[in-house]
Ligand binder design. Structure first.
Ligand code: MG
Length: 384
């Protein structure tokens, strides 16, 4: 029986994780939930799953939840809040596995704390790997703690890497759906609205990641994530646009063999893989091969998607530039959703912030967070 801490339990990955727990009650139990700001959902999850500890974003929300639990006659559950609360969830002694699914660098400290506490981590939070990948992977190696990617592409790569040695890997191919604007003429990119950008053709996800998929910045973050997770150079990670999202990624070996992972477009599969690794439990997530007609692959268009180029540049420089790429994007996406900047204003903002970012390699989580704040301030100042 694995006892889980789910960081980001009310988000889409958190809810999918809980649906896996629901289907495998003999394998998984919920010990800790970090729920953020959605009080109603946090209350429902706490009543349903009875964790030992639950964390909310703020002291006020935690007090509201405590009161509602008391009124409902649910007692004996510790309610905490803030970063300290998330860290308490991640490091609870009874926890065997931590699902890190808080969006943004908000989940960074807790993910780091989980690794330091020797907890295997299922990582859905790519921003953690982008901003602090070197620190997290070094800590994980030192303590022999596995970091299992839940991001569908990296999960696919993890699976394909199990058949060959690191030195035999030539190229990691990350597939990209291409998002809703794969075929939109370049001259129409200026008038893209948030509503158009929020319509992803194949995946239902949170708001920021959906916009990031439309701009392909998400794929850029995934390039950096792959470099950190699999210890390869940026030049070894390539992107191929694959509109069907059937092949979740591929690994090309030096002998010319390319291995691909195919499965349903459902995040429960990579979540289950990470939770169960190295086992493969029988699941209901079957893929109907007979219904598959064709698989298309094409090179990405760097002109329409300048975020990809910016990500390679940041990946080459590493450290502060990767932090700035992620931070500037988050600020720019918010501004786009608030209709303060255009869609192409997103890469323009990122490019300016990257150009103004000094080369540096933060060595601690505190330094990472400071660099993150600086990049955000810079982005806000540029947009003001
Ligand atoms: Mg992905």
């Amino acid at each position: 029986m694995k006892r889980l801490a789910i960081l980001g339990s009310t988000g889409s990955i958190g809810q999918s994780t809980l649906s896996i727990v629901e289907q495998f009650p003999e394998r998984y139990q919920v010990a800790a939930l970090a729920a953020g700001r959605n009080l109603d959902e946090a209350f429902a999850q706490t009543v349903r799953w009875r964790p030992q500890i639950v964390s909310l974003a703020t002291e006020e929300l935690a007090a509201d939840l405590s009161l509602r639990l008391l009124q409902a006659g649910v007692v004996g559950i510790e309610v905490v809040y803030g970063t300290e609360g998330t860290v308490a969830c991640a490091t609870l002694p009874q926890v065997d596995f931590v699902v890190s699914a808080i969006v943004g660098v908000a989940g960074l400290e807790a993910t780091h704390a989980a690794i330091l506490a020797g907890k295997p981590v299922g990582l859905a939070n790519k921003e953690c790997m982008v901003a602090a990948g070197e620190i997290l992977t070094a800590a994980a190696r030192q303590r022999n703690v596995p970091i299992l990617p839940i991001d569908s592409e990296h999960n696919a790569v993890h699976q394909c890497l199990r058949v060959g040695a690191h030195a035999e890997v030539k190229t990691i191919w990350l597939t990209a759906s291409g998002g809703p604007f794969r075929q939109l003429p370049l001259d129409q990119f200026a008038t893209i609205t948030p509503e158009q950008a929020l319509k992803h053709p194949t995946w239902v996800m949170g708001r920021r990641i959906t916009i990031d998929s439309a701009s392909m910045l998400n794929k850029g973050l995934e390039i950096i994530e792959a470099c950190r997770l699999f210890d390869v150079a940026p030049s070894q990670v390539k992107v191929t646009v694959h509109p069907q999202s059937t092949v979740h990624s591929l690994v090309e070996y030096v002998d010319g063999s390319i291995l691909a992972q195919i499965s349903v477009t459902d995040m429960r599969l990579p979540i289950l893989y990470a939770l169960a690794y190295p086992e493969r439990p029988a699941s209901m997530l079957t893929f109907d091969l007979a219904s598959l007609r064709h698989l298309d692959f094409e090179p990405p268009d760097f002109e329409r998607f300048p975020c990809l180029r910016l990500a390679y540049e940041a990946a080459e420089k590493g450290g502060a530039h990767c932090i700035a790429l992620n931070a500037a994007d988050e600020v720019a996406v918010e501004a786009f959703l608030a209709r303060q900047i255009s869609f192409m204003g997103i890469p323009r903002t990122i490019e300016k912030v990257l150009a103004a970012t000094p080369e540096a390699h933060p060595a601690t989580i505190a330094e990472v967070l400071a660099a993150d704040r600086e990049a955000r301030q810079m982005a806000h100042a540029l947009l003001a």
